[in-house]
Design a protein around this ligand. Structure first.
Ligand code: XIL
Length: 320
């Protein structure tokens, strides 16, 4: 079954999310999230800094609310994420733990978080953004790879599988839409892990696209080489940002180009066997991360701030 998803905005105490939690405060937002999508991804609410704010304390409130919402609305959930270099709490990054302690911390976290939602997560982004652009493992900024070495990757997949045997376990990254050094590195690593019997089931491309850099024209053949290994693939965080003209309002031409990128991304996924999950990173510009993170760029989602629909929305609709 093909799933079309959105990130669920929220994680309101973070300085980059300067609005009240839309998931609880914005009824029209919730209604559209329920009506338009068959999959949801917590944008921040399952990341370490949110769900595990102190060493001996978890905070499941926001993640629980999303999972309950999804069940009520017959949606699946993509879990995001377990092993990542970013958005880790200070107690972890600055904790000066021994390797044995860190291993135990990660194992307990996976058992606790994955175990809590066992049976209710369709796909987990187990490892997020572990390679650099040149295809090297991130051994400087990723605490797990730096302190525990690359062997931790197989461990985290095994622990996740033990905690939820039915979830599909993914590697997820940006900049892997095309055939390049980074996606090559994933292909090689996944082949190696599968040969060792490690439970890896999928490879996903975030697809944070920008009209500055052009459309990744080889997205489909790239995904197909993963699908040829018997893997699931997915588009997990699609948005298409653009340079905003003075005044901030995109031109008709820009909106047409954006719609084209959305349509081509969906078409590529639909053409790949096993690409059954297609998620956009938020559906309204009201709550997009893009203007906060990319100076001068914005308007990256399929709806305006008032939820009216852009050409990109209709492009997706007519392609499905
Ligand atoms: C982003 C969120 O959208 C922001 O709200 C947050 O402040 C930073 O992270 N790759 C990922 C996502 O895997 O988790 C990131 O989400 C965007 C890039």
């Amino acid at each position: 079954k093909f799933r079309i998803g959105s990130a669920v905005a929220g994680g309101g105490h973070h300085e980059t999310m300067p609005y009240p939690d839309p998931f609880s405060a914005d009824r029209p937002y919730r209604d559209r999230l329920a009506a338009e999508f068959s999959s949801v991804s917590p944008e921040n609410q399952m990341k370490w800094e949110y769900i595990h704010p102190e060493r001996d304390r978890y905070d499941f409130a926001a993640a629980d609310a999303i999972v309950r919402f999804a069940q009520r609305n017959h949606q699946v959930v993509r879990g995001h994420t377990l092993l990542w270099h970013s958005q880790n709490p200070a107690w972890l990054e600055q904790g000066e733990f021994t390797a044995d302690e860190l291993r135990a911390i990660l194992r307990d976290h996976v058992r606790t978080v994955v175990g809590r939602y066992q049976g209710r997560i369709q796909q987990w982004d187990v490892a997020n953004e572990i390679f650099t652009e040149t295809g090297e493992l991130r051994t400087t900024d990723n605490i797990w790879l730096r302190e525990l070495g690359p062997g931790i990757i197989a461990d985290v997949f095994r622990w996740t599988h033990q905690a939820d045997p039915h979830a599909e376990l993914f590697f997820n990254d940006y900049g892997v839409e095309s055939v390049n050094a980074k996606s090559d590195a994933y292909l090689a690593l996944i082949q190696q892990l599968r040969a060792q019997g490690v439970p890896v089931h999928g490879f996903s491309a975030q697809a944070h696209l920008s009209t500055r850099y052009g459309f990744p024209a080889d997205l489909e053949p790239n995904l197909k080489r993963f699908s040829a290994l018997g893997l699931e693939t997915a588009i997990t965080e699609l948005d298409v940002r653009m340079d905003l003209p003075d005044g901030g309002v995109p031109t008709a031409e820009q909106l047409t180009q954006q719609a084209d990128y959305y349509r081509r991304t969906l078409t590529a996924c639909l053409n790949v066997r096993g690409c059954d999950s297609f998620t956009i990173w938020g559906f309204t510009d009201k709550y997009s991360w893009v203007p906060v993170f990319f100076e001068g760029e914005g308007a990256a989602t399929v709806m305006w701030e008032d939820f009216s629909r852009k050409p990109a929305y209709y492009a997706l609709r007519s392609t499905l």
